[in-house]
Design a binder for this molecule. Structure first.
Ligand SMILES: NC(=O)c1ccc[n+]([C@@H]2O[C@H](COP(=O)([O-])OP(=O)(O)OC[C@H]3O[C@@H](n4cnc5c(N)ncnc54)[C@H](OP(=O)(O)O)[C@@H]3O)[C@@H](O)[C@H]2O)c1
Length: 282
């Protein structure tokens, strides 16, 4: 199957380099907003540059739209303008929050629309592909397209699962919180340590083993086993003292603390956490 990619950015170029490892995928090339990006993507993947959407459509069996989410509908409109209504194609996008429903059109029954979301942080166009074999992909859309991509990604060693269109926004919020918000939390904590007189380097050095061991523990043995700390120990005085010094960060501490408390309550059914509970909810 001939694959063309629209949007030669971080996700597009990384997938362009990675996906042709699958036996059924031949990457033809890139079309992008700027020719420079398309040329760089094509050079990196040994493929070509498209300058016309018409040629991209006529030359490929699969098109992946790898533009920012806000551009996908407009790009699809341009693709649709080039369809003759008979050519069978898989058209996909990579958004975590959008579904494939934007590709639904009864006038184009041969278009198999899909959303393919790599649960992965592409931070660089030219190196992020290296660990893509570790990524989990969620698939949602037309059954023919889902079956094709499940088979292709499985061949590459990636795990896949399907997600309902109506759940995509919540699913994406969960992935974003686990990834991006975690970085926000670390940055907040580094700031608090700097308030205590540590420089930023020392703060990161201090937190690294703490955070990494905890996160590893959560994935190895589950959050319940990994959990430690004053909330888990039902240490009311310490939690009270924390809240007194946090200023604007008190709300963040309380909201995350509620989630921590709910793990602690599962872990220790015999402990009465009511006083800590009252503190976090007041
Ligand atoms: N980055 C991630 O970690 C990640 C993870 C999972 C899913 N995704 C999804 O992947 C998609 C792309 O994200 P990204 O991070 O790769 O973004 P990105 O690095 O900003 O790349 C987007 C590319 O799209 C091109 N583009 C923008 N508007 C266009 C248009 N109208 N027509 C053609 N090309 C256009 C840009 O072209 P020029 O360079 O030529 O200006 C740019 O190269 C999004 O749907 C995002 O939700 C991203």
């Amino acid at each position: 199957m001939r694959l063309g990619i629209i949007g030669a950015g971080k996700a597009g170029v990384s997938l362009g380099r990675y996906l042709p490892r699958a036996s059924e995928i031949t990457l033809t090339g890139f079309l992008s907003r700027t020719e420079k990006s398309a040329v760089e993507g094509a050079d990196f993947t040994n493929s070509r540059v498209y300058t016309s959407i018409n040629e991209m459509v006529s030359d490929n069996d699969i098109i992946l739209i790898a533009t920012p989410d806000g551009e996908i509908a407009g790009v699809w409109e341009r693709i649709r303008g080039c369809l003759d209504g008979t050519k069978e194609m898989i058209i996909g996008h990579l958004s975590g929050a959008l579904s494939s429903e934007l590709f639904s059109d009864k006038d184009y029954p041969y278009i198999h629309g899909i959303s393919i979301h790599p649960v992965y942080a592409f931070s660089d166009r030219f190196s992020s592909y290296e660990k893509l074999n570790t990524a989990f992909f969620t698939l949602e859309g037309d059954p023919y397209a889902v079956t094709f991509w499940k088979k292709t990604l499985t061949e590459l060693g990636n795990k896949t699962a399907t997600v309902e269109a109506s759940k995509k926004v919540k699913y994406h919020a969960a992935c974003s919180m686990a990834s991006n918000h975690l970085l926000g939390l670390i940055s907040k904590c580094v700031g608090l340590l700097c308030d205590c007189g540590f420089d930023e380097t020392s703060a990161y050095t201090m937190l690294e083993p703490l955070v990494k061991n905890n996160v590893n523990g959560a994935f190895l043995t589950g959050v319940t086993n990994a959990l430690t700390g004053p909330i888990e120990r039902n240490d009311l005085d310490t939690v009270k003292k924390h809240l007194q010094v946090l200023g604007d960060d008190e709300t963040l501490y309380k909201e995350l603390g509620k989630a921590v408390l709910s793990i602690a309550e599962t872990k220790h059914e015999d402990i009465d956490y009511q006083k800590v509970r009252n503190l976090l909810w007041q």
